[in-house]
Write a protein of this length. Structure first.
Length: 268
């Protein structure tokens, strides 16, 4: 693909299990590895692989630094659980890391901010070339809700589309809904997770920066209680790849917006 071609930006923030700096952690390796097992979006770097799009991948674990969180704990709802940009507590609520002011500043400066700079640059490249940009925020989620999940309902869909009221056109939501309707999977619109990332430089300021999140239920591609691919991995990967192509085409051929109802939608 040409360098100056229209590309969507695939943001993959939670696929890594690397912890580059162990400072502050007070739990043993076994507990840390268990937390990584629970919270990592396993294989999303492969599920959302594309040679034709621009990928921004976080190369450290969310346990170390979660780039999807607001940097300001006052704006981040998960900070009340000790799981803001810098995790201090486990999903169980138990303390796992003591974060000093100096340690927080170091991690934010050396890891969080450089990642967001890369995302902002990727958005600006598309914005400067074409006047707009589209981010696909790439995630997976467990079929059984985590302890700190804001929505505890066990009735979880196969796929989850997350939206932003300012940055996600309703016509794009409709396009995504119709895609999954035709594949026979269940789809949640902002259920169980809502939102989708936008660089803070443009957040709630520029509607030409569009974003949508896709979350894949891990039951579709992982063996039970494991991070190993299941027999349906390739089938699920194929669905995700088709979705990426759909979103790419939508960006090129997008049409006028209209309101589309949100909620959880079973597909039969």
């Amino acid at each position: 693909m040409r360098y100056n071609a229209k590309k969507i930006i695939l943001h993959i923030p939670h696929s890594s299990c690397d912890i580059p700096l162990k400072d502050g952690f007070i739990v043993n390796e076994e507990i840390l590895e268990n937390e990584i097992m629970i919270l990592t979006d396993w294989h999303t770097n492969d599920l959302f692989h594309s040679e034709n799009q621009h990928r921004v991948i976080t190369d450290f674990s969310r346990i170390f630094c979660d780039v999807e969180r607001f940097s300001d704990d006052g704006k981040e709802i998960m900070s009340q659980f000790g799981m803001g940009a810098i995790y201090e507590r486990r999903d169980s609520g138990e303390l796992m890391r003591i974060v000093s002011t100096e340690l927080r500043e170091k991690i934010m400066k050396e890891y969080y901010e450089p990642h967001h700079h890369k995302l902002t640059i990727a958005v600006e490249e598309q914005l400067n070339l074409f006047g707009d940009a589209l981010i696909l925020d790439c995630h997976s989620f467990p079929d059984i809700p985590l302890n700190r999940s804001l929505r505890k309902s066990p009735n979880r869909p196969d796929f989850n589309i997350g939206t932003d009221m300012f940055h996600t056109p309703d016509k794009l939501i409709e396009t995504c809904f119709n895609f999954f309707k035709n594949t026979g999977y269940t789809i949640g619109i902002d259920v169980p997770y809502t939102g989708s990332i936008v660089p803070m430089k443009y957040y709630q300021k520029n509607k030409n920066i569009q974003t949508i999140m896709l979350e894949v239920n891990r039951k579709l591609y992982l063996r039970e209680n494991s991070n190993e691919p299941s027999e349906t991995y390739e089938q699920t990967r194929g669905v995700v790849q088709d979705f990426i192509e759909l979103i790419s085409e939508w960006r090129i051929q997008s049409s006028p917006q209209y309101k589309f109802p949100k909620g959880i939608w079973p597909v039969y």
